[in-house]
Design a protein around this ligand. Structure first.
Ligand SMILES: C[S@@+](CC[C@H](N)C(=O)[O-])C[C@H]1O[C@@H](n2cnc3c(N)ncnc32)[C@H](O)[C@@H]1O
Length: 270
């Protein structure tokens, strides 16, 4: 549950935080441009999409490990439920992949993980994290958007996936409702969807308006990430779940523009 009683200092810091984060991403622009000029082929016209990917990769080198460090204790036990064939949607730079490791060494057995990450500027770090986690034999990085899984030549059938993992990724996809439905269809009956996503605030009144105000700017700094997506409700209502565990971990307060929700959803067995 979100904490309703916070000091004035925490209240002010909470509201200020997203603006500070956007400021920090701005400070990374000059070095991103410099890197592209130094390492890119300067005789080519500027590739806007490659530029945005490189900027986000620089941004996520700061925020990715920070969020993962803060969230691992609550997300770890959930990811420990992953088994069989896993779709890891938008793993970014792989800051959470070590959480798969314990499970692989345990008994329940992950047999394959598809890390579906379209931003190739993050792949080198993702590959390194996969190696450090000792997952090289099971983890395959797939350089596509999850919406293209059906046409990627990977021959992933509908109802063939044991576990779908979305950690801070549905916030960034362009057609969330369509994708959530598709991912549900990839899950086997009895399969599990593990979710850790920031969502549209459950508060009403001015906090909701404040989140919407921040969101006018936020996606431009964080590669399309939206703060006002009700991903929790989208997944909850996408199909027939036999079992649902959803909760907002402690340590969050009601003024947060990025409130996080945890969820484990089990698809009804046939
Ligand atoms: C906010 S980042 C989070 C990265 C990582 N999950 C983490 O928490 O560190 C969102 C990620 O989703 C990825 N993404 C965006 N659109 C996607 C899509 N259509 N399919 C799969 N991943 C996508 C982005 O490239 C990015 O790496």
């Amino acid at each position: 549950m979100a904490d309703n009683s916070v000091s004035w200092r925490i209240f002010a810091l909470t509201l200020w935080e997203p603006w500070y984060m956007m400021y920090l991403t701005l400070t990374l622009l000059p070095s991103t441009v410099r890197d592209i000029i130094h390492h890119g082929e300067t005789n080519k016209p500027l590739d806007w999409s490659a530029f945005k990917n490189a900027w986000f990769a620089a941004v996520w080198a700061i925020f990715g490990p920070m969020f993962a460090e803060g969230g691992s204790s609550v997300v770890g036990p959930l990811m420990a439920k992953a088994k069989g064939v896993v779709l890891d949607i938008g793993p970014g730079a792989g800051d959470w992949v070590h959480l798969f490791k314990a499970e692989k060494e345990g008994k329940t057995g992950i047999t394959k993980i598809y890390g579906v990450e379209p931003n190739t500027a993050l792949h080198a770090r993702l590959r390194e994290k996969v190696k450090v986690a000792g997952l090289e034999d099971v983890y395959e990085i797939v350089a596509i958007g999850a919406q293209d899984l059906g046409t990627s030549g990977l021959s992933i059938e509908r109802e063939s996936i044991d576990t779908v993992v979305t950690v801070q990724s549905i916030c960034s996809v362009s057609q969330p409702k369509v994708l959530v439905k598709e991912l549900y269809e990839y899950l086997k009956p009895g399969g599990t969807w593990i979710m850790w996503e920031h969502v549209r605030t459950h508060e009403t009144g001015w906090i909701r308006w404040y989140q919407a105000l921040v969101n006018l700017f936020w996606p431009h700094f964080f590669h399309g990430c939206s703060l006002t997506r009700s991903t929790d409700e989208m997944i909850m209502h996408v199909g027939d779940w036999e079992h649902v565990e959803m909760n907002m971990p402690g340590g969050q307060n009601r003024y947060m523009p990025c409130p996080g929700m945890l969820g484990v959803f089990t698809k009804r067995s046939a």
